[in-house]
Design a protein around this ligand. Structure first.
Ligand code: COI
Length: 332
């Protein structure tokens, strides 16, 4: 059996090599290149592909994989919004993801960014760099006095809830699916609007779907408390960036931590050499603000998560090839 792993970064390679040593029955090929029309030919002769990228898996790529008889594709990440589902189905390609490589990694990062916003550390760091060591006017807020609204209570949302509770915050949540434990605690509100109206902090942990594209738009912001904090470690497309900029300008939003951005593909995880060369004026507008923390999709990026992404995806692909089954199969 042969598996080709695409987009393997230097930090993933040792884990892939170790997995390969532990699975001598599998021929493992790897490349640092992403899976696209220019690289798909490298999958010829393989039984499965293991991939991670934010770039789309297009119909053209999936049709080619299908024509090479590659029917198993395993993602090393959670999100499946960049797959052309019709093309995957048409080609009989089964897809697995890694739903839980480390929900805690993302939750911990989100909470870290929230504390940075509340304690104004970005502002103080910038002031200190200019020799200004005064306190005022940058007085902070305390999370234990606040209500955090968690949008979506999957694994990551639940890990975030545990942390917010540890800080003594009141936590409420909205989700179409109610987690039985959280239900017992009476944590759920009935609608996104109720969540918006009652939250001092909004922590977004939903996957991207056709329905929730730009769910945080002008209308949603208008229903929130004045001075709300927005945390988005989920998907850029959930937030209408122009509406967020308007809400920051008006003071409706007091601060935002964005680990994702709707136009991040080709920008995040790239070195442009200088701030001026970042080719996105809207993103630069956000980065320049002291009350906005932009990070390049790194909430997931821990040793444990990267190890699990490689191992769980390789295991799932091997299982699909040898048995046709995997507990990580995605319904597209
Ligand atoms: C995901 O797992 O879907 C992420 O957002 C993390 C990143 C590897 C893209």
């Amino acid at each position: 059996m042969k598996i080709i792993a695409y987009g393997i970064r230097d930090d993933e390679k040792p884990y892939l090599d170790k997995w390969s040593e532990e699975n001598p029955d599998v021929e493992v090929a790897s490349t640092g290149e992403l899976l696209d029309e220019s690289t798909v030919d490298q999958a010829k002769g393989a039984d499965g592909v293991v991939v991670y990228q934010q770039k789309p898996y297009t119909a053209a790529v999936l049709d080619k994989l299908g024509s090479y008889g590659v029917k198993f594709m395993s993602l090393r990440n959670v999100g499946v919004d960049n797959i052309d589902a019709d093309a995957a189905k048409r080609n009989g390609i089964q897809v697995t993801n890694v739903p839980a490589y480390s929900p805690e990694a993302i939750a911990e990062f989100t909470a870290t960014e929230l504390m940075r916003l509340l304690r104004r550390t970005n502002t103080f760091d910038r002031k200190i760099a200019h020799g200004d060591l005064r306190w005022a006017p940058d007085i902070a807020e305390e999370l234990n006095q606040m209500t955090v609204g968690v949008f979506a209570t999957g694994r990551i949302g639940r890990a975030a809830i545990r942390i917010y509770k540890g800080f003594g915050a009141k936590v409420i949540a909205y989700d179409i699916f109610h987690n039985p434990e959280l239900e017992k605690e009476g944590i759920y509100v009935d609608s996104p609007e109720e969540l918006y109206a009652k939250s001092d902090v909004l922590s977004i942990h939903a996957p991207a779907t056709k329905e929730n594209e730009h769910m945080l738009n002008d209308d949603a912001f208008s229903k929130m408390k004045d001075g709300v904090y927005i945390l988005n470690p989920a998907r850029g497309i959930l937030v209408d960036t122009d509406a967020l900029i308007r809400a920051l300008d008006s003071g409706k939003v007091a601060g935002a931590a964005l680990d994702v951005y709707e136009d991040e593909v080709g920008i995040f995880n790239t070195d442009f050499g200088s701030f001026d060369k970042i080719p996105d004026e809207r993103l630069k507008n956000l980065i320049k603000r002291e009350n906005v923390l932009v990070s390049p999709h790194i909430a997931f990026y821990t040793k444990r998560a990267v190890r699990n992404m490689v191992y769980f995806a390789m295991d799932a692909n091997k299982s699909l090839i040898s048995t046709g089954k995997s507990d990580k199969l995605v319904k597209l």
